[in-house]
Design a protein around this ligand. Structure first.
Ligand code: S3P
Length: 448
């Protein structure tokens, strides 16, 4: 590809991504290697840090979010080797032995870091912790994790009636509870299960719909007694297990693969093979949604690696059809909705995304930002309180896009720009480093 299609401009902390699509368009071809799964990377670092002995992590995501997790864990005494994607070694302190940090823990932009960490810290009796993060993280709701922890006996204080970071935690001995979560959130579920690790008795979380289950799988592999009941959508963990360090092989992140899936589908004459993608059924809602839209995607070389299913995904461009996406599918594709909205612009007919109000409290208000920025490019989009309605068969025209410092928004618009007339300038593109530092290089590699 001619290097002039994608250029970046970096000043201080601001990065701009400029995509100047040639008049004849581009095609995407080749094999794509995607970075490690973000959710699994966080958990491998955290569980490694609280287990006994050594944990070896292969394929860790080197994005800013897992770096925040590693930074917090080091501040509490865990010995973690330099982060790399080959093998990271974590020397665990053992369950209950995280130390009181001398500084405020900085979770950066990472909701997973702060919410899962709160569960861990709340149960560390006689130690005091303070945790905060960047402007986006400080605006995100924390009551969803603080409330169940208080029921378990935790002591937590925070801004806005204990609902926003910075948060302060005075560790306590906790008791197991049964918690019916009003939202399907793996962060809430994992937080309560992690608090349950050190609690007396059993801790159960019941969800309205099943969210990603990486915590359950990995905690069981580390030696915890975890039982799940898909019928009642509940998970139970028995308190005070012995966790033993493990080797974790992190699969590629389907949330990162989603950008290339949609890119190849909407850009004519494209064909990509995306390698080593994690296809855990609690994460494959994007494949189900795209299948509903009549996408040409095949799953090849499926295997189980270290307890998680992985496969290659072959995707070819085709005419997508509009579809209705909602209900239990939403928690299984929550992070992929911005890029799904881009796919919908090029589908035949209308796409309706509903039941997705959670998007309003992600790294940005992803419903409002997708609606406003796609409209700027010429798409016909209606914003609903819980989703988006997109009229398909649209064309997009390049313009100035504001990514609102949200990694998935920046990458979604980079893909939209590849299929837009003229030049698109994406402001705030430094956010891409949160989950996909090599995104621009891969984009350069596969454009022909
Ligand atoms: C995550 C869970 C999801 C997701 C986030 C990562 C996790 O959040 O949006 O990017 O690793 O548990 P919710 O569980 O709050 O929906």
């Amino acid at each position: 590809m001619s290097n002039s299609i994608v250029t970046t401009d970096q000043t201080k902390n601001q990065k701009t991504l400029v995509i100047d699509r040639p008049q004849q368009g581009v095609t995407l071809r080749g094999n794509v290697k995607i970075p490690g799964d973000k959710s699994i990377s966080h958990r491998a670092l955290m569980f490694g840090a609280i287990a006994r002995g050594e944990t070896r992590i292969q394929g860790l995501l080197l994005g800013e979010d897992p770096r925040s997790t590693a930074h917090c864990l080091r501040a509490m005494g865990a010995n973690i080797s330099e982060l790399n994607s080959q093998e990271v070694i974590v020397e665990g302190v053992g369950l209950g032995y995280l130390q009181e940090p001398t500084e405020v823990l900085d979770a950066g932009n990472s909701g997973t870091t702060v919410r899962l960490m709160l569960g861990l810290l709340a149960s560390h009796a006689d130690r005091f912790f303070a945790i905060s993060g960047d402007e986006s993280l400080r605006s995100r709701p924390m009551s969803r994790v603080v409330q169940p922890l208080l029921q378990m006996g935790a002591q937590i204080w925070g801004r806005q009636n204990n609902s926003r970071a910075p948060l302060a935690i005075q560790g306590q001995s906790l008791k197991g509870i049964e918690y019916c979560s009003p939202i399907a959130s793996a962060q809430v579920k994992s937080c309560v299960l992690l608090a349950g690790l050190m609690a007396q008795g059993n801790t159960t979380v019941v969800e309205p719909a099943i969210s990603r289950d990486h915590s359950e799988r990995m905690l069981a592999a580390f030696g915890a007694n975890v039982t799940t009941d898909p019928e009642t959508k509940s998970v139970t963990i028995a308190g005070q297990p012995t966790l033993q360090g493990q080797t974790v092989i992190v699969p590629g992140d389907i949330s990162s693969a989603a950008f290339w899936l949609v890119a190849a589908l909407i850009i004519p004459d494209s064909e990509l093979v995306i390698e080593n993608v994690g296809i855990n059924p609690t994460r494959t809602g994007i494949l189900d949604a795209l299948q509903r839209m009549e996408a040409d995607i095949s799953i090849e070389k499926k295997e189980i690696v270290a307890g998680e299913p992985v496969a290659n995904l072959r995707v070819r461009s085709c005419q997508l059809k509009g579809a209705e996406i909602g209900g239990n599918l939403i928690p299984r594709l929550i992070d992929e909705i911005p890029i799904l909205a881009v796919a919908a612009v090029f589908a035949k007919g209308k796409t309706l995304i509903r039941d997705a109000e959670e998007l309003r409290v992600k790294e940005s208000d992803r419903i409002a930002v997708m609606a406003s920025q796609l409209t700027k490019m010429g798409a016909v989009v209606t914003e609903h309180p819980d989703g988006l309605e997109i009229q398909g068969e649209g064309t997009l025209t390049g313009t100035d896009i504001e990514a609102h410092n949200d990694h998935r928004i920046a990458m979604s618009f980079a893909i939209a720009a590849l299929n837009a007339k003229g030049k698109t300038t994406i402001h705030g593109a430094q956010a891409v480093d949160i989950s996909y530092p090599d995104f621009t290089e891969t984009l350069q590699d596969i454009c022909q």
